[in-house]
Design a protein around this ligand. Structure first.
Ligand code: M6R
Length: 613
């Protein structure tokens, strides 16, 4: 949610910032801007995408070797030129870019206006710039760094901030509370960013700032401190992601690339962890707490969006394979209840980005109450992955498309491995079962590959027939009920078609009223143990002339006969089927969105990583 980039060195800063913003654009794309120090502050910003900013910079080039930039997902104030970042103080000497929300900005702004300051924008960020300037110019003997510390003490809310001042033209100041920031260390140059994507091409040495920390960054040095001015020595991490992983590699969209990467990402997720020869599951990240997890009274899973859907699959998996009671919560609801969780419980948070504000808050709440906390994250070094007691990375590689695809399947694979590991340690799964499950799991990547090779064309054809459908219904049972939810979410977020997912039998309790000859109904009929029941549900749809598109296992003639369209996929164990059934749904939503001319990778109003509440 919003992207920050910064550069100080000897190169043309505007080009580095522009390229960095392009890579960060998946985090927000309402407006973009950069500011450079060169004598005074030189800036260029405006509503619209980074491409537009690029065109503006072509007409009015900015020269300089130090600067900061921002791509915005609007929280305060509509997306327009004035509300775009950077925001300057009244004198035009201080510029600020900001991720997060300043919760007390109304009262701070009121006080600043009463003291004579005038504001240009409706944003909370401008308040930070103005407050900072007021403190710096009115407090005797206070350095700019001290002024930042004093301002931050008055700010309530969350921030990732990058600040420049013409009085200190060789440095960038950054500070973090709640919104991620990292520092990339180059040779005589430094980079700042809200995630690693703009940095990988220049350096793999990074420092992650933690909450309550700030840094002063020059081209050949950095100092990290707490905002109370205590100097810190931070670990320098090595980035493992490559440049290829964050580029489109010939695909028209990141989403399509990421869908087609799934045979590899699923295999990467299992690599070194699933051994079909001896039936073992080895999850190094949770090995030390496995007994505690096995003995947990229950597991509470908290997540948002697609990650919440994978959590729902996890509920079925843990109950079936490990006989462990599981509850799945929306992280946003969990954090504001008075959740009955504590010692003896395990909280498992799932997050692709590892930065989702609600999920992070749920984690902190459960930790405060004494629960064991575990994480499933994709982004190495992310806040959630660093704050959980233990966890498992999905290793799906960077996911850039706003609609989550390969992260979902990787999360589900991790949940499968975890449930198997717990089931085995608990003694509820026998060795021959472990052999059977691990053998089947190991076949999943090639089955996904087979699906992608064989269904792309049929799905594309079906998508053409339903491009302008105003509504869609998705039905699934058991392990595939969450897949129905996920299919509906994918369609609505990238094509803007209203879609709902339901457990198939629940349809009778209301949604059946929607079914007529105009309503496409996607049924996921690839779970053997519910097959007969699913067939009855399909009959119910057919009787009301709904247009049935079924996802079914090869050779299920009953389902095939009832469906107007069917997509056949290979069969697997019921508990692994979400990994296969979700693939056609991802492609269906992708092609429908493309047919409708939607911006698949950057759907309206959305951002990849939701770091505000
Ligand atoms: O990074 P996270 O997994 O925590 O993100 C959670 C949701 O914001 C995310 O899954 C969102 O629903 C996606 N756009 C779904 O495609």
């Amino acid at each position: 949610m919003c992207g920050i980039v910064g550069y100080v060195g000897d190169r043309d800063a505007s080009q580095i910032l522009l390229k960095g913003l392009k890579r960060l654009e998946y985090r927000g794309y309402d407006s973009a801007g950069i500011v450079l120090i060169n004598g005074g502050l030189k800036y260029c910003k405006g509503k619209g995408k980074v491409e537009k900013l690029g065109k503006m910079l072509k007409q009015n080039a900015l020269a300089g070797t130090i600067g900061i930039g921002h791509t915005r997902w609007a929280t305060h104030g509509e997306p327009n030129d004035v509300n775009s970042h950077p925001h300057l103080s009244e004198s035009g000497k201080i510029a600020v870019v900001h991720n997060g929300i300043i919760e007390n900005y109304t009262s701070l702004k009121k006080q600043l206006i009463e003291r004579g300051r005038t504001f240009q924008s409706q944003t909370d960020t401008e308040v930070a710039a103005q407050l900072l300037e007021e403190i710096y110019t009115t407090s005797k003997g206070v350095t700019f760094e001290e002024a930042i510390r004093l301002a931050l003490k008055q700010i309530v809310g969350t921030y990732g901030l990058a600040i420049v001042h013409t009085d200190r033209p060789d440095r960038i100041f950054i500070a973090r509370k709640g919104s991620p920031l990292l520092l990339g260390i180059g040779d005589d140059e430094m980079f700042i960013a809200s995630d690693a994507s703009p940095i990988v091409e220049y350096t793999n040495k990074v420092i992650y700032l933690d909450d309550g920390e700030m840094a002063i960054v020059t081209k050949d040095n950095y100092e990290v401190k707490t905002i109370d001015d205590v100097a810190l020595t931070k670990e320098v991490h090595e980035l493992a992601i490559s440049l290829d992983a964050i580029e489109k590699a010939g695909y028209p969209h990141f989403m399509l690339k990421e869908i087609f990467e799934q045979p590899r990402s699923i295999a990467d997720c299992m690599r070194g962890r699933v051994n079909p020869d001896n039936g073992a599951i080895q999850l190094g990240g949770i090995e030390d707490v496995l007994d505690e997890l096995v003995n947990a009274r229950r597991i509470v899973i908290a997540a948002c969006g697609t990650s919440w859907h994978s959590g729902l699959v996890g509920e079925y998996l843990f109950e079936y394979l490990a006989k462990t009671p599981v509850e799945v919560e929306y992280a946003s609801e969990f954090r504001y209840r008075d959740p009955l969780i504590g010692k003896g419980d395990a909280l498992l948070v799932i997050s692709q980005s590892g930065e989702t504000a609600d999920t992070l808050a749920a984690l902190r709440e459960a930790k405060r109450r004494g629960a064991l906390t575990l994480g499933i994250c994709n982004v190495v070094g992310s806040t959630i992955s660093r704050e959980t007691d233990a966890g498992v990375f999905t290793h799906a590689g960077p996911e850039i498309g706003v609609a989550s695809t390969k992260a979902f399947t990787a999360q589900v694979v991790v949940l499968m491995m975890m449930a198997l590991a717990v089931g085995k340690r608990k003694g509820v799964l026998r060795q021959e079962q472990m052999l059977m499950y691990t053998k089947e799991l190991a076949k999943i990547p090639s089955k996904v590959e087979y699906i992608l090779e064989h269904i792309d064309e049929p799905v594309r054809k079906i998508s053409g027939l339903f491009t302008y459908a105003p509504n869609f219904l998705y039905l699934g049972r058991s392990y595939n009920f969450p897949v129905a939810l996920e299919g509906a979410l994918k369609l609505k977020e990238i094509s803007y078609i209203h879609a709902e997912g339901y457990p198939a039998a629940e349809m009778k309790h209301g949604p059946i009223a929607l079914i007529d000859e105009m309503m496409p109904v996607v049924v996921i009929a690839a779970t053997d143990h519910t097959n007969d029941k699913m067939i009855s549900n399909i009959e119910e749809v057919k009787a009301r002339k709904g247009r049935i598109i079924s996802i079914m296992n090869d050779e299920n003639s009953d389902v095939e006969d009832l469906s107007e369209f069917h997509i056949s996929i290979p069969s697997t164990k019921d508990c692994f089927s979400p990994l296969l059934t979700v693939i056609p749904l991802q492609l269906l939503s992708y092609y429908i969105a493309v047919n409708r001319g939607c911006n698949v990778d950057q759907p309206r109003n959305l951002a990849k990583s939701v770091t505000v509440e």
